[in-house]
Ligand binder design. Sequence first.
Ligand code: NAD
Ligand code: UGA
Length: 476
Amino acid sequence: MSNKAITNKIKKICCIGAGYVGGPTMAVIAAHCSDIEVSVVDINEEKIKGWNNSNLDLLPVFEPGLKEVISRCRNKNLFFTTNIPNSIEEADMVFISVNTPTKEKGLGAGYASDLKWVESSAREVAKYAEGHTIVVEKSTVPVRTSELIKEILKSSSKGNKGSRSKSFAVLSSPEFLAEGTAIDDLENPDRVLIGGDDIDAIEILSKIYQRWIPRSKILLTNVWSSELTKLTANAFLAQRVTSINSIAALCEPTGAHVTEVAEAIGFDSRIGRKFLSPSPGFGGSCFQKDLLNLVYLSKYYGLDEVADYWEQVIKLNNWQKKRISTIIVEKLFGTVSLKKILILGFAFKSNTNDTRESSAILISKELIENGAKLFIHDPQVNPHQIQMELGTKPINGDNYQEGSWSYSEDLYASALDADAIVILTEWEIYKDLDWLRLFQIMRRPSWVFDTRSIVKKEQVQSIGFHFWALGRGIEE
Ligand code: NAD
Ligand code: UGA
């Protein structure tokens, strides 16, 4: 039977959670399955309004290529709505794509994932589903979470109106997209993972993916392996970033250049070239929380040495952020009090408007704490978002208040009289700055701190800047 014939059983899909994963993932599914109606639901009305905004530049998620997919499918076979009961009731397949952050209080606080949103989603499915429903766990969860979902679903066997009986199949299909490349990652993933034991459900989900992804890239495992694979993949990626950042620190006093070391080790095909860019520390909503979750699970199963091993990755990452803010203060004669510093980039990486766990948060807070006057620029992050992350309001105008920040609409205007420019996110526009123009308007001595290896040292030094780059070693 063709992929389409098998997936003909699926007329409607509902995705609970219209976030960085739910929105783009469902848009791509809708784009490849014009015969399936896809509803993305959320409890957050503002977010749903954002997804329905006629101005595609104001979608809640910024991703290259996203607005094009949305404009093709929205209100044809892709709908964003807060009508959760209806969407679940009509769906043959429900994806759970809600947030699973680290627990802030209670048992496991600071380590375990908070599963309250997964649980409430499962309860909504249990309450509103009709007939047979395939439930797909797309959120990143601790191993054995699907048991919790099954347990909740099992407790409801009668239909909403008591007329049709309910049945469920539960699968795990974690998402591996990275922000900034989400659409490419969804269109052409390295692999798709499906974990579960219901052969029909697996076949149906697999055939949906096969509409655009080769069968050879679709891996089938048991549900626990699938859940653990997601945590493991993120832990390995985070560990790799931390490994190269630790070497960057060693390069600085020894005279080595971290970019040269990274390139040279990357030539070894066993090591590979990807994910070896030094940085001010990894950010993003997932690496830290998934590592913490792995630490928690390891401890829970009595594997303290395993827990310590992975926890060290987080410790080093935090040390890296702190190390950078300390270096900036030290280079600026040991004090940044009332010094004007232009921060370039607040998102946790380029091509996203996401600031969750961005290294820029801690580094900015440290500099503010030291009395600096920051001007923060980012092409996609708005001042409201920065205010939320820093927990303080911006001070606008030329009011140079000690330990404060302002939003920079125009980085060149903000550089006037600045003592330093600090690059924290590798946005394309920061790779080609008019350094001469910047130097002419900054206060002397003028510093450039490059934590993303995107500035040409010779160029800025020949203009007259003092220059520090992460992992660049001793300069003759
Ligand atoms: P997000 O915070 O951007 O979006 C989650 C959405 O779920 C929110 O809008 C929230 O309002 C909504 N929600 C929560 N409970 C709900 C409920 N009961 N009913 C309806 N809506 C509800 O989160 P995200 O970044 O999209 O991540 C979602 C999951 O995917 C997490 O488990 C995360 O670890 C995982 N993941 C994220 C990424 C990423 O790049 N962000 C990549 C892969 C996997
Ligand atoms: C990461 C994974 O790459 C995805 O596969 C996964 O699905 C996702 O987490 C998730 O589960 O949420 P994401 O956090 O969006 O994706 O972005 P990455 O490209 O992995 O970058 C994470 C952080 O590491 C960023 O702060 C980035 O600047 C940093 N990084 C990345 C480096 O410092 N150096 C590198 O070489 C690569």
